[in-house]
Design a protein around this ligand. Structure first.
Ligand code: 0GY
Length: 291
């Protein structure tokens, strides 16, 4: 067994920005606890436990009210760790699952009962062995009746080849981390232009304006990220979500300070109205539509 990774900051700062009441951290994960919920044999990284208690303590520390927990690839299609965290949240967490193509309808319904509201299709070769588009489309058609959406994770270099697949998805789509553009190209660079073309192709494609730590090689204060992403938030205010990405899967050399990440929010969403949409209105519409 490989050495366990600690990918999160041990002592995140108190953010300089106070999120509005009811703010949602709409992209985070849990790892384990492994004694109860072992990692998948196909996992590509082996982190230490980062369970619900830690996640909810961080949520309080950062001034957020709710979490959307995205099933991490190290847990494969066994969603028990995510469901366990949701069950312990007193209704303050919902989730996005990763499922096998042959999952039974009853299991999908059980996931819905457990607070799952979407499925994730991951196309990153370093995280998953295969990404069968035909099977994913079958899943997308099946989850439509549950009112769920699809979360897709890919990198900018395959955006064009993803287009027919994305076009065929019948539900609302959320693209993780804007499809990982090269933010050093700036707001009008080729990657951002291509991503905007994708957003313009359908009104029901949303995105997470997340992960400055992954996208901005220069690091804090993430000025390339801010420069490239702020115009996107301003131009698509009703289709953006924000999240910490805690516990930052795979991050080993740079452990992002979550307080610092929250401090980036007012730079990409400079008005109260934009902050309210990004942190409350948009995620609530998608994950707690009944509220
Ligand atoms: C993210 C990013 C990554 C990992 C995962 O499920 C995962 O393992 O999502 C990554 O390594 O880029 O969104 O957490």
């Amino acid at each position: 067994m490989s050495e366990r990774i600690i990918s999160w900051h041990q002592n995140p700062s108190k953010p300089s920005f106070t999120p509005p009441p009811d703010a949602v951290d709409a992209h985070c994960h849990v790892f384990g606890p492994q004694a109860e919920f072992p990692f998948s044999p196909k996992a590509k990284y082996f982190p230490e436990d980062a369970g619900p208690d830690m996640l909810f303590a961080l949520r309080e520390h950062l001034g957020f009210a709710r979490n959307v927990i995205v099933q991490a690839s190290c847990h494969g299609t066994d969603n028990r760790a995510t469901l366990d965290a949701i069950a312990k949240s007193n209704g303050l967490a919902r989730g996005v699952a990763v499922v096998d193509p042959d999952i039974a309808d009853m299991e999908l319904e059980a996931l819905h009962e457990g607070g799952i509201r979407g499925v994730r299709f991951n196309f990153l070769k370093r995280l998953v062995d295969n990404a069968p588009k035909d099977k994913f489309l079958e899943i997308a058609k099946r989850i439509e009746t549950l009112g769920w959406h699809v979360v897709v994770y890919f990198e900018a270099d395959i955006l064009e080849e993803m287009r027919p697949f994305l076009d065929a998805i019948p539900t609302l789509i959320v693209i993780d981390h804007m499809g990982r553009p090269d933010v050093s190209q700036g707001p009008d660079g080729l990657d951002m232009q291509a991503f905007r073309t994708l957003l313009d192709s359908r009104p029901d494609i949303w995105t997470k304006v997340t992960c400055p730590d992954r996208l901005d090689a220069k690091g804090p204060p993430y000025s390339d990220f801010v420069g490239a992403v702020r115009p996107l938030v301003e131009d698509y205010p009703d289709r953006v979500l924000w999240g910490t990405d805690w516990p930052h899967p795979n991050q080993q050399n740079i452990l992002p300070d979550d307080g610092g990440l929250v401090g980036v929010i007012p730079q990409i969403a400079p008005t109260k109205a934009l902050q309210e949409k990004l942190l409350v209105g948009n995620p609530m519409k998608l994950y707690w539509p009944e509220n």
